[in-house]
Design a protein around this ligand. Structure first.
Ligand SMILES: [Zn+2]
Length: 199
């Protein structure tokens, strides 16, 4: 009986899905590495996917951030001006993807500034096989088959901003909530939870 209970416990553990955390708007001057380190100290399994503003980061900074194997970095627009990616043509996407690769973003993942991407942008990412971190508000316009990460599982997938006073989900504003997570539960990166979009 006791061994049966052990097996059940082991199965239950396997069924528990990992937490997924992403943090937007990271730049060289605004990265809250202090808070990320504090979270990592409290939750040793902690991992986070950082969506960084490439035009506001030096190559040296990106290299240093990539040395943390519990952080995973992806480009988030270019300068993060209001709606910039909503205007992108396929040629713009081609050009930016070349720049991203040259900057060392080799993971072929992306998030548009303010989640707003043009129809051409969606098409181009699909063609190149890049994955997109997208908002559930855009489910109707996302092309079928586009590799997609969605924040669609409250209590397991969490979306933050590096700065406070945006959507009340700044890292500092959310710190207590993050530190209250189960420290024995695994964390995954967004890239681990990417799936081809099925409308
Ligand atoms: Zn942003």
């Amino acid at each position: 009986m006791e061994s049966q209970e052990c097996v059940l416990e082991a199965v239950e553990e396997l069924l528990v899905k990992p937490y997924v955390v992403d943090v937007d708007d990271v730049t060289e001057d605004s990265n809250r590495l202090d808070l990320l380190r504090r979270i990592k100290d409290a939750l040793p399994k902690f991992k986070a996917t950082l969506f960084v503003i490439p035009a506001l980061c030096s190559l040296r900074f990106l290299r240093e951030m990539r040395e943390y194997d519990w952080l995973d970095l992806y480009p988030h627009g270019w300068r993060h001006t209001e709606g910039e990616c909503a205007e992108w043509t396929e040629q713009d996407v081609d050009q930016y993807m070349d720049i991203y690769l040259a900057m060392g973003f080799l993971g072929a993942g992306f998030k548009a500034a303010g989640w707003r991407l043009s129809a051409d942008g969606y098409r181009a990412l699909l063609g190149y096989g890049w994955w997109l971190a997208d908002h559930t508000d855009h489910n109707a316009k996302r092309p079928k088959g586009l590799r997609t990460y969605l924040v669609d599982d409250p209590g397991r997938k969490f979306h933050f901003h590096v700065q406070n006073n945006v959507f009340h989900n700044g890292l500092e504003e959310s710190l207590e909530r993050i530190l209250a997570l189960d420290k024995d539960r695994d964390f995954a990166f967004c890239r681990d939870e990417v799936r081809p979009w099925k409308p």
